[in-house]
Design a protein around this ligand. Structure first.
Ligand SMILES: CC(C)(COP(=O)(O)OP(=O)(O)OC[C@H]1O[C@@H](n2cnc3c(N)ncnc32)[C@H](O)[C@@H]1OP(=O)(O)O)[C@@H](O)C(=O)NCCC(=O)NCCS
Length: 269
């Protein structure tokens, strides 16, 4: 890499200041993550004229084939709109491509704050523009995810040119799995959005009544919405969730491997 170098422990405070120049809550959350065991793995800083002014990196979910998520990506407020962000992300993508990465995903919120003139402004507008311009496309849209009127959009970008038209054509939804729910939890970083934990070691596939019991429980906790996702090949899930009041929220294409997507569902209470 030319502009990026691996982030080290001594860089943490500088990087947290960079994030803090935009958002203090993100800065604190990022700091906790960097200080965790393995928190600096695959994280990179961007230096300009001898100073660190940017950070980016990626995380690799288990159980997937060469799939990655873009992690904290920030350029210090004093240096934005000078082309640094584009160079930084492009270099990271080139690095991932050279290392056989298949797909890169990024999460983005549409959180708005009042600017100096009092008008509401999306604080991630530049990132949204940049990601789309670089080649990311919207795949999943979860309205009111973080809070009422704050949407989570997941964008994906294919990194390999390999033709997937034959071996990667979508697999039909035929695999029967005995999935049962085993927990109900509020999703981190959200206000009152919930999800259900699940296991494949159940006795049968959950039914509409099981889902409704979970939804009633979330209502009892004053939850606003429930978001779930499953491999698209798992048979019977979509019909059951639709009958219980869920809607289709999109598909992360080729998430697990070529031809095997992650299907997202949402239910507003
Ligand atoms: C996103 C970020 C890393 C980009 O860094 P940067 O150095 O400003 O990036 P660049 O200068 O290369 O590009 C910025 C682009 O956004 C555009 N832009 C700036 N403000 C914008 C706005 N309010 N609406 C739409 N586009 C905007 C610029 O015109 C430029 O596009 P162009 O190259 O096509 O002209 C930086 O803005 C940042 O740290 N933002 C806050 C954190 C963030 O949003 N991180 C991503 C979270 S998922």
């Amino acid at each position: 890499m030319q502009l990026l170098r691996p982030m080290q422990e001594k860089d943490i405070n500088t990087v947290v200041d960079i994030i803090d120049s935009h958002d203090d809550e993100d800065a604190q959350e990022a700091k906790a993550g960097y200080n965790n065991t393995g928190g600096l793995q695959d994280q990179y800083v961007y230096e300009h004229e001898g100073h660190i002014i940017g950070v980016t990196g990626y995380a690799t979910p288990p159980g997937c084939d060469e799939t990655h998520w873009l992690s904290w990506t920030y350029v210090h407020e004093d240096h934005v709109n000078c082309g640094h962000g584009r160079k930084m992300i492009t270099e990271l993508i080139d690095f991932l491509r050279a290392n056989n990465a298949r797909k890169l995903f990024v999460k983005i919120s549409d959180y708005k704050e009042a600017n100096d003139a009092g008008a509401m402004e999306c604080i991630y507008a530049a990132a949204n523009h940049l990601y789309k311009d670089i080649g990311f496309v919207e795949e999943v849209v979860l309205r009111d995810y973080y809070d009422e009127n704050e949407t989570l959009t997941i964008m994906g970008m294919r990194l390999t040119d390999q033709d997937i038209s034959e071996q990667g054509s979508p697999r039909p939804s035929t695999e029967k799995h005995k999935i049962q729910f085993n927990s109900i939890f509020e999703i981190a970083e959200t206000d009152d959005s919930y999800s259900f934990g699940w296991t494949e070691k159940g006795k049968h596939l959950f039914n509409v009544d099981d889902v409704k019991i979970g939804l009633d429980d979330v209502r009892g906790r004053e939850g606003r919405a429930v978001f779930l996702s499953f491999p698209h090949t798992y048979a019977g899930i979509a019909d059951t969730l639709f009958a219980a009041g869920f809607s289709n929220a999109g598909l992360l294409e080729d998430y697990f491997e070529d031809g095997m997507h992650e299907q997202h569902y949402s239910c507003y209470l």
